[in-house]
Design a binder for this molecule. Structure first.
Ligand code: GRF
Length: 194
């Protein structure tokens, strides 16, 4: 059977990492088996490390704080990822700006907690909540050299409820993220061809 390999990069809680592990890892879609072969964090204390362990995956830690430049860190990431011959790299809450050292070599998708191109950057949830927009949402996109700027693969939106609290807004975003990221991976990789 055709198997396709996935690497997941994360920095923190890893709830999206876990959504992928529970919905995609080791499962067969359209005759294609999808396997997560690498979980990698730039933070040794990321809770995602423990979540991955529940699925028998020991995460590789490459801490950006040990490198002098973004390019050197990205070189180490690329070197590690290339050991695994993966079909797709997924950035699931990976909170690093990547340089062309990474983006020119690695085929990757990223999850972003807003309806791109609105609210790019690290504060999308707060900024979208504080805006007067009556819809919020999430995006999955190809990673390019431009931060949160690559071609959009999928988006999902929700309506702002009356008196909606920040917590409810955030919860809604995370719930949609946990659906859209696994679905996007399956859509990209379940074509029965290499
Ligand atoms: C998500 O909201 C993602 O969109 C953002 O960081 C968060 C990561 O959450 N970039 P988790 O670590 O997957 O729980």
């Amino acid at each position: 059977m055709l198997t396709k390999k996935i690497a997941i990069l994360f920095s923190g809680s890893g709830s999206n990492l876990e959504a992928i592990l529970s919905k995609v890892h080791g499962k067969i879609f359209n005759g294609v088996k999808l396997e997560v072969v690498l979980t990698l964090s730039n933070k040794a204390d990321a809770y995602g490390v423990q979540r991955a362990r529940k699925y028998g995956l020991e995460s590789v830690i490459i801490e950006n704080k040990n490198f002098n430049s973004r390019e050197e860190f990205d070189t180490a990431l690329v070197k590690e990822i290339e050991k695994y011959d993966v079909d797709l790299v997924v950035l699931a809450g990976f909170m690093r700006i990547l340089t062309s050292v990474f983006t020119s070599k690695i085929k990757a998708i990223n999850l972003h907690p807003s309806l791109l191109p609105l609210f790019k950057g690290a504060h999308a949830i707060k900024e979208s909540f504080e805006s007067d927009m009556q819809v919020g949402g999430v995006s999955v996109h190809w990673v390019s050299e431009e931060l949160d700027g690559g071609k959009i693969i999928a988006q999902r939106a929700f309506e702002r409820e009356n008196q909606m609290s920040f917590e409810a807004w955030e919860d809604k975003i995370h719930a949609l993220e946990h659906e859209i990221l696994p679905e996007s991976i399956i859509k990209i990789l379940s074509k029965n061809e290499k």
